[in-house]
Write a protein of this length. Structure first.
Length: 134
């Protein structure tokens, strides 16, 4: 093996006993394949991550099969496109249209020529009513 200055040298097969790199880590390694679990206590860096139902590309675009954010909600979201259903329990605002506690409000600029006009839409009996509430 060309080991000099060592009185005793003991070697084990990495294949049969695994590898404990301690704090030295693994550097300049090729692809890791066949691993069933990878645990990291610090930062894990990857060019992209993908698995069944979930992927993240190198610049952060994320695709998920479903998204459950019931405890924290979604904040600072950009435009939502392609959604078939959007529901809210308290209120939702959509460009000039607000739904709050079962009432629909229409407002914003250039509504009937009045920049500050607001309208409430509601059902009375079987008739849809619209009233200006500015």
């Amino acid at each position: 093996l060309g080991v000099t200055g060592v009185a005793t040298f003991t070697a084990q097969s990495v294949h049969s006993n695994g590898a404990n790199m301690s704090s030295a880590g693994i550097v300049n390694a090729g692809a890791i394949s066949g691993a069933s679990t990878i645990d990291a206590s610090g930062q894990l860096s990857a060019g992209s991550i993908s698995m069944s139902g979930f992927s993240v590309d190198a610049d952060g675009d994320t695709i998920v099969k479903s998204l459950d954010v019931n405890s924290g909600g979604i904040t600072e979201a950009g435009a939502i496109s392609g959604a078939t259903t959007i529901s809210a329990s308290l209120g939702a605002a959509v460009q000039h249209l607000d739904v709050v506690n079962g009432n629909i409000y229409l407002g914003g600029t250039d509504v009937d020529g009045n920049d500050d006009a607001r309208f409430r839409m509601f059902v009375s009996g079987s008739i849809l009513q619209v009233e200006e509430i500015s």
